[in-house]
Design a protein around this ligand. Structure first.
Ligand code: NAG
Ligand code: NAG
Ligand code: NAG
Ligand code: NAG
Ligand code: CA
Ligand code: CA
Ligand code: CA
Ligand code: CA
Length: 476
C-alpha cells in the first residue's frame, strides 16, 4: 500500500516535471522589462578564493527548467546576448548543471571594487539578456533579463590620500584646538565609512598627548600646546580603519617637527652658576667698592668657580632669539642709577654682554648693589635681573644673595669710613672659639687666686694682687 502511494507520488512529480518545458522559469519571476527577470547573487573573488573550494559564495542557481549543456530531450542551450553593459559575463561566469539544477558559476577572479575608490569603476551587477533554447529544437527559445549581483568582500585596506611623507611642521605657539592637518583616506570597498585614530611609538607618548584626530573627519588638532624647548620632533602613527568585518586598517607614519616660537625670556650665562631647569637661577656677581670714572667695573661670578673676573652675559632662551638690552633696574640704596653707564654688545652667537662703567670716581659702601636687568627686545619684553654686589677689596668671600640686603649701608653719601669693618665667616668663627677658650682660662685663674688668697690671708698678698692687676697680665 505504502509502496503504491510512494510510486504514485513519484509519478505525479515526474509528470509535473515533464510537463514544464525546458527553458521555462522555476519561479514566477517578476517582469521588470520585456522579459521575465532572473536574479543571481555571488561574491567577488580572487584566484585564491576560487581555489579555496567555497563554491557556494561564487555561484548562484539559475532557476530554469532543463539541463544546461545537456544532450538529452531536457537539454538547454544558454547564450548571453551581446547587449551586456561594460563586461561580458561570459568572461568570468559559466553555466553549469548538476543533478538537474543549473548554476552560474564564477570561474575567473572578479574585482568588484575597481582600481580606485571612486564608484564609477565598481562592478556591482552584470545585466544582460539570456537566451535559452532547446537542445532538441533551436527554434524553440525564450529570453530572460538576467542580473548577476556582485557582493562586496572587504578585501582592501583604506589608503591615505593625504601625503604624509613630508614632516608636519608646527609652531609651538599653535593654539589648542587648531587643526594642523586634514587627513583623508579612501577605501575601494563598498563599506568605506572610515574612522581615524592616532597613537605614537612608546618613546613619543608625550608628543601624541598633544594631539587628537577627529574619528570621522580626520582633522588632526592640537589639544595642548607643544613646547619646542622640551621636544623638537617626534612621530605620530595615523590610522584609518574601515567598517568591514573583519575591519582593515591603514597606518601612516607622520613625522612632526616643532618649530620654535617666542615663549622664553632671557637668562644670564656664566660657568658654575646655581641652576634651575638647566639655566642660571639667581645670577649674582661681586665687584669692588672703588669706582673709577670711565673704567668699566670688573665682576666676579657667584659662586666663583672660575676664580676669575667674567663678562656679564645673557641670552634669549628661544632658539629664534631676540636681542638683549641691559639696563640698571635699580640700586640699593636707591637713586644711584645715574652713577653708571650700561652698554650692551652682541657676541654674535646669540649672547649679549653688559659693560657697566662708572660716570664718576668714587668709593661706595660695602653692600652697595646694582640690579641689572636683561630685557629681550620683543613685544613681550621678558626680562631677568641679576645682582651686582659691591664689597671692599680684600673680602673675597661674599655674603649670599639673600642676606645681602641686610648689609646695605643707609648712608647716602657713600662715605668709605662710615661702614664698620666686616668679618668673613671663618674669621668670626675663630674669634668665637678664642673668646670661649679665654673666658675658660680666666675663670680657672680667678679660682686659683681666690684659693691662694684665702689660704695665706696675709696683707702682702693684697699688694701683690693689686700689682698684678696693674700690669694687666693677671687676667691670663
Ligand atoms: C553536484 O551536486 C552534488 C550534491 O548536490 C554535490 O555533492 C557535487 O559536488 C556537485 N558537483 C559539482 C561539480 O558541483
Ligand atoms: C520547434 O519549435 C518551434 C517553435 O516553438 C515549433 O514551431 C516547431 O514545430 C518545433 N519543431 C519541432 C520539430 O518540434
Ligand atoms: C609626497 O610628497 C613628497 C614630497 O613632499 C613627494 O616626493 C612624493 O612624491 C609625494 N608622494 C605622492 C604619492 O604624491
Ligand atoms: C559611520 O560610522 C559611524 C560610527 O563609526 C556612524 O556614526 C555613522 O553613522 C556611519 N556613517 C555611515 C554613513 O554609515
Ligand atoms: Ca576596505
Ligand atoms: Ca571589495
Ligand atoms: Ca620657544
Ligand atoms: Ca624670547
Amino acid at each position: 500500500m505504502n509502496t503504491v502511494i510512494l510510486l504514485a507520488t513519484f509519478t505525479v512529480v515526474a509528470l509535473v516535471q515533464a510537463q514544464m518545458p525546458p527553458c521555462s522559469s522555476l519561479d514566477d519571476g517578476p517582469f521588470l522589462g520585456t522579459a521575465p527577470t532572473l536574479t543571481m547573487d555571488v561574491y567577488e573573488a580572487t584566484q585564491d578564493d576560487l581555489s579555496s573550494g567555497q563554491n557556494d559564495k561564487y555561484r548562484a542557481e539559475l532557476r530554469l527548467h532543463g539541463e544546461a549543456g545537456g544532450t538529452g530531450g531536457n537539454g538547454i542551450v544558454l547564450e548571453v546576448m551581446p547587449n551586456y553593459q561594460f563586461m561580458n559575463p561570459e568572461d568570468t561566469f559559466r553555466f553549469v548543471a548538476n543533478n538537474s539544477q543549473n548554476f552560474v558559476e564564477l570561474y575567473k577572479p572578479l574585482d568588484r571594487d575597481g582600481p580606485t575608490a571612486a564608484l564609477d569603476d565598481d562592478i556591482n551587477v552584470f545585466s544582460f539578456t539570456l537566451k535559452c533554447s532547446l537542445q532538441s529544437n533551436e527554434s524553440d527559445f525564450r529570453y530572460y533579463d538576467a542580473k548577476i549581483f556582485v557582493h562586496d568582500v572587504n578585501d582592501n585596506p583604506p589608503e591615505f590620500v593625504t601625503n604624509m611623507t613630508a614632516p608636519l611642521v608646527i609652531n609651538e605657539l599653535t593654539p589648542s584646538g587648531m587643526t594642523v592637518l586634514e587627513v583623508k583616506a579612501e577605501d575601494r570597498d563598498i563599506s568605506s565609512n572610515l574612522s581615524y585614530s592616532l597613537s605614537s611609538p612608546s618613546g613619543d607618548k608625550d608628543l601624541s598627548n598633544h594631539f587628537e584626530i577627529d574619528p570621522h573627519t580626520g582633522h588632526l588638532r592640537v589639544t595642548t600646546p607643544l613646547d619646542y624647548e622640551t621636544k623638537t620632533m617626534g612621530t605620530l602613527y595615523i590610522y584609518a580603519m574601515d567598517n568591514g568585518s573583519p575591519a582593515r586598517t591603514a597606518t601612516a607614519t607622520l613625522n612632526v617637527m616643532v618649530e620654535d616660537g617666542d615663549d622664553q625670556g632671557p637668562v644670564y650665562v656664566y660657568e658654575g652658576c646655581w641652576t634651575h631647569d638647566g639655566h642660571c637661577a639667581w645670577p649674582k656677581y661681586t665687584t669692588t667698592t672703588v669706582l673709577k670714572k670711565d673704567q668699566p667695573i670688573s665682576v666676579m661670578p657667584v659662586p666663583n668657580k672660575v676664580k676669575a673676573a667674567v663678562t656679564i652675559k645673557a641670552k634669549d632662551m628661544d632658539e629664534a632669539a631676540n636681542p638683549i638690552q641691559f639696563s640698571i633696574a635699580s640700586t640699593i640704596p636707591p637713586g644711584s642709577e645715574s652713577m653708571f653707564r650700561v652698554t650692551t654688545a652682541s657676541t654674535g652667537n646669540g649672547e649679549y654682554t653688559a659693560t657697566i662703567t662708572p660716570t664718576q670716581s668714587k668709593t661706595v659702601n660695602h653692600g652697595f648693589e646694582i640690579f641689572l636687568k636683561a630685557t629681550e627686545q620683543s613685544e613681550q619684553g621678558r626680562f631677568v635681573i641679576s645682582m651686582i654686589f659691591f664689597e671692599e677689596t680684600g673680602h673675597t668671600c661674599s655674603t649670599g644673595g639673600a642676606s645681602a640686603a641686610g648689609n646695605v649701608g643707609t648712608n647716602d653719601n657713600m662715605s668709605p669710613t662710615a661702614e664698620p669693618e666686616k668679618y668673613t665667616e671663618p674669621i668670626v668663627a675663630l674669634i668665637v672659639v678664642v673668646s670661649i677658650l679665654a673666658a675658660f682660662v680666666l675663670c680657672l685663674a680667678l679660682a686659683f687666686f681666690c684659693f691662694v688668697h684665702r689660704s695665706k690671708s696675709s696683707s702682702g698678698s693684697d699688694i701683690n694682687l693689686r700689682h698684678a692687676n696693674g700690669n694687666g697680665h693677671a687676667a691670663f
